[in-house]
Design a protein around this ligand. Structure first.
Ligand code: 2AM
Length: 482
């Protein structure tokens, strides 16, 4: 009988897996490493893990036998069939109450199915978002675990030891049931798309509208990074703008076509599925798609005209507006992201801890920022807060910044600089604060051509149909949709 010495096993020795193991080792945990291609276990033990307490296994059976009870096994393998393949091989080797954690980028619906299926087999399954890239994994990632809540007390000491800390608090807490952890990670990635697109639009206005040099832009981002926009993405933008190689500034020579791996798209698809207006992330995904049409854009640039008259901008004043516009749009984007979380939580009966989620994103991940502390405070103050925009702190901030957002969006329009995310933010803001929208006309149109019925003000819940044309009958429709 092998000695049960390991606190946790980690399967998948790609760079994220290796770094997480080294991080766990630093915090005093004994980790057993395993990989499908077992030569990697040998190489890892002889190189990166040399001189540590890390042990290895060359079969799943050997790995399972080396684990303390209840067994904790973390998968960091390619999302999809690889996860199911390992689960299938592991289950016959495990005992009731053992824990499998999937730390990959799995789709939350898969995590939901796996959690429910494994619960029936007595295995506690966790799907955890892991964010922060290689460096985060090594020195402190943001961790977003969800799934079977019975697993949490057993993984909490490890997860909260290895994760990033913000003001001494761990950027990891229990997110919620079934697929909640991976859902929150997906929304995190969508928000990352939004943050990045907003910064790109600000850069484009500085470059095209204000004709700033790159060092001036870098200085501006440096200043912003010391104020309310203080964040990892503003910081790296400052550094990217001033980066030079032997040919000068590198940024201007990078091809302007953006790639994507899909999690932003998943967030936008979820937003449509749940019927939540997460417009800013949607626009950010589409902006990447438009950027990919480079050949067409180049052709169109010589055919399609832009504005015929320019506008004069006061550089100092405008940069102030731009900062506030960025801040306002960021508030709106996060408000939309939390609206999506709230709706999904309602549908799936997840008990999401919104303040905890803000704290999980506060450090360790790409969207880490000081701003998330204010979101945490807002949800701590009122865990049932309906919308971030209605919190005292954020409504005051919006009331202060909204005019700057108008100045920036209208100026960009007059300059012909595309600002899909900034203008989506403004359109959402104006829609959200409008007590009476023109959807009365929309309902009338639907009833006119499709007899879809409408409600009269003051008689909500009672659906009526009007024979608008005097012909076509009085029967309302229930199947044809528009
Ligand atoms: P490998 O080294 O044997 O390829 C990232 O690719 C990690 O996922 C690696 O540890 C890799 O193992 C593992 N992985 C990818 N596809 C897999 C599969 N179908 N089955 C098992 N492991 C897989």
């Amino acid at each position: 009988m092998t000695e049960q010495v390991a606190d946790i096993a980690l399967i998948g020795l790609a760079v994220m897996g290796q770094n997480l193991i080294l991080n766990m080792n630093d915090h005093g945990f004994v980790v057993c490493a395993y990989n499908r291609t077992t030569e990697k276990v040998k190489s890892f033990l002889e190189n990166e893990a040399k001189g540590t307490k890390i042990i290895g296994a060359f079969s799943l059976k050997e790995m399972v036998n080396k684990l303390k009870l209840p067994r904790r096994i973390m998968l960091l393998v390619k999302a999809g069939p690889a996860v199911d393949a390992f689960i299938e091989q592991l289950v016959p080797l495990l005992s009731t109450g053992d824990i499998i954690i999937d730390g990959g980028n799995s789709e939350y619906k898969d995590t939901q199915i796996r959690t429910e299926k494994l619960e029936k087999q007595g295995i506690l399954f966790v799907g955890s978002g892991v964010s922060g890239g290689e460096d985060g994994a090594r020195y402190g990632p943001s961790l977003m675990p969800g799934g079977n809540p019975k697993a949490w007390p057993h993984i909490k000491p490890i997860f909260q030891a290895i994760c990033a800390k913000a003001n001494g608090e761990p950027c990891c807490d229990w997110v919620g049931e079934t697929g909640a952890g991976h859902f929150v990670k997906m929304v995190h990635n969508g928000i990352e798309y939004g943050d990045m697109q907003l910064i790109c639009e600000a850069y484009d206005i500085m470059r095209t509208g204000l004709k700033l040099q790159q060092d001036e832009m870098s200085t501006t981002f440096d200043k912003w990074n010391k104020e309310e926009l203080n964040s990892f993405l503003i910081e790296i933008t400052r550094d990217i703008l001033k980066y030079k190689d032997e040919k000068g500034y590198l940024l201007e020579r990078i091809r302007d076509t953006a790639g994507q791996k899909g999690t932003g798209k998943w967030t936008a698809i979820s937003a449509l599925d749940y019927g939540v207006p997460v417009t800013l992330i949607g626009e950010s995904v589409f902006a990447r798609c438009l950027s990919a049409l480079q050949a067409e854009r180049i052709e169109a640039s010589s055919i399609l005209k832009g504005p015929t008259s320019g506008i004069e901008l006061d550089k100092t004043k405008f940069l102030d507006h731009l900062k506030l516009a960025l801040y306002a749009s960021k508030i709106i984007s996060y408000a939309q992201g939390f609206m999506l979380l709230r709706e999904a939580a309602k549908v799936h009966n997840w008990n999401l801890n919104y303040g905890g989620i803000a704290l999980m994103w506060r450090g360790g991940c790409i969207i880490r920022s000081v701003f998330l502390q204010d979101i945490k405070v807002a949800f701590d103050k009122n865990p049932k807060l309906n919308n971030l925009l209605l919190d005292d702190f954020f409504s005051k901030a919006m009331n202060k910044c909204q005019n700057s957002l108008r100045v920036v969006v209208s100026s960009a329009v007059m300059l012909g600089v595309p600002v899909p995310a900034l203008s989506a933010a403004l359109a959402f803001y104006d829609g959200y604060r409008t007590a009476k929208l023109p959807a009365n006309l929309l309902q009338a149109q639907r009833d006119y051509f499709g007899a879809h019925t409408y409600e009269l003000l003051g008689q909500e819940g009672k659906f009526v149909h009007t024979n608008w044309t005097g012909h076509g009958g009085n029967v309302s429709a229930s199947t044809y949709d528009a």
